[in-house]
Ligand binder design. Structure first.
Ligand SMILES: [Zn+2]
Length: 68
């Protein structure tokens, strides 16, 4: 009888093994922010739009430049 219990446990184990596969293989990292290069209004350095600081409608590469 013990054999059958072990057998059943095996089946359940396999069952869970297959059904517990991560479903998130399709993990799309939606990093669709296209970064544009923007020119700093103070020093003229090009900085990506992700990092640029916008102040008074102008783009700056850093806080130092934005404060000028
Ligand atoms: Zn700058």
């Amino acid at each position: 009888m013990l054999k059958w219990i072990l057998f059943a446990l095996c089946i359940v184990g396999i069952y869970f093994f297959f059904f517990k596969k991560p479903k998130t293989i399709h993990e799309k990292k939606e990093h669709k922010k296209d970064s544009i290069m923007l020119e700093c209004a103070t020093c003229g350095t090009y900085v990506s739009s992700d990092e640029a600081i916008i102040q008074d409608g102008k783009y700056y590469c850093s806080k130092e430049c934005a404060q000028c």
